[in-house]
Design a protein around this ligand. Sequence first.
Ligand SMILES: C[S@@+](CC[C@H](N)C(=O)[O-])C[C@H]1O[C@@H](n2cnc3c(N)ncnc32)[C@H](O)[C@@H]1O
Length: 419
Amino acid sequence: MMVIGPGRSLDDALRVVLDKSEDMDGRDKALCRALAYGVCRWYFALQLVIAEYLKKPFKQKDKDLEAILLMGLYQITIMKIDHHAAVNETVKLTQQQNKAWAKGLVNAVLRGVIRDNVSITEAYLEKSYPPWLVDRLVEDWPDQYKSILVAGNQRAPMSLRFDTKQMSVDDYLQDLRDRSIVAAAHELIESAIILDKPCEVDLLPGFSTGVVSVQDPAAQIAAKLLDCKAGMRVLDACAAPGGKTVHLLQSTDNLHLVALDQDQSRLDLIVQNLKRTGLSAQLVCGDAGSPEDWFDGQLFDRILADVPCSASGVIRRHPDIKILRRRSDIDKLVDLQRKILTALWSLLKPEGVLVYSTCSIFKDENERQIDWFVQNHENAKVIGPKSVQWGDQRPGGLQLLPGSHNMDGFFYACLRKST
Ligand SMILES: C[S@@+](CC[C@H](N)C(=O)[O-])C[C@H]1O[C@@H](n2cnc3c(N)ncnc32)[C@H](O)[C@@H]1O
């Protein structure tokens, strides 16, 4: 409801709800999460089904009833849980919302769906995304768009990054086995481990001391591409919550790392991550697009520009993106990325390297962005990444498509500044 109404992110909404629900046990919380993620994942398809059974759409003030119906419908058509229980529990929710007058309506819609044996299957694949997003994917990836849509509807695995300096993969996997946690090393990324089932981070050996962190394998490529050396000045320009900051610091000793983010509350998450891992960085709250407000004049050897983006490559992890993202956001993001990239370029030493990354799969945010940049900056040259193992080699960089090698969708470009 908080997602489809006020447009809050699903993670935030769940945090608020679950933190308040002291009476819920672990199983209830897991069911609540599964329902919320599932409804967001299939929101557009479920809405189409509901529309067939309603004479008129819900008024804005009754969006809570729509949310209730979506949950009921999800349980019946996708989770395939006992119909009787699903209808009863869903109808009860109308009373909880003080809308007992809608009991009959909710009951009738759900009974109709059961009677007609409606099942959300492959046929609903395209209908489970907003039409603008499908159009954009067809345009950018005509041969791959179907597999991208399929991958976006899968549940992303919980992936870990362990500190290869502190432990070997075999030792860490053994530690997990000792705690009956089933996991395997990632097929390509040496620091990555994929868990069979998600688990609370506190149950992971080494989490509290920073041996292990939660991070998708695709995000673990950034630190390697930056290829930092001891003593370098490094700017992590859009750093919060600090996943890549920690990885950079763990990969190379003695870095002077500036972690910048414009959102103070998110910067606090970097503080927590640094504390957990026992590392340190210089934290700056500021706008990467306006360095005149925070830059101290000392140029950087390496810059990571992990810019704000559509997040279209991580829909399997954040299905609420389908609901929250709008077509009109993309052009605004492209402008913001240009502003940030241009401003950061002036902070890079000659011969320095800037790594541009997004978790997007839209070409406007990725290869076309880099193409625009090198056309407009004579001293910028794309030097990588070059990989034969994974991803699509594109003119401006490397594109990872979601689901391929069990990774999120990411784009990386490495740019060197000539003297
Ligand atoms: C993709 S996330 C970064 C993820 C992070 N690099 C990591 O690995 O954990 C993008 C971040 O950019 C920040 N951001 C957005 N616009 C910004 C700007 N103009 N200047 C600095 N940070 C910005 C957001 O607050 C957000 O934390």
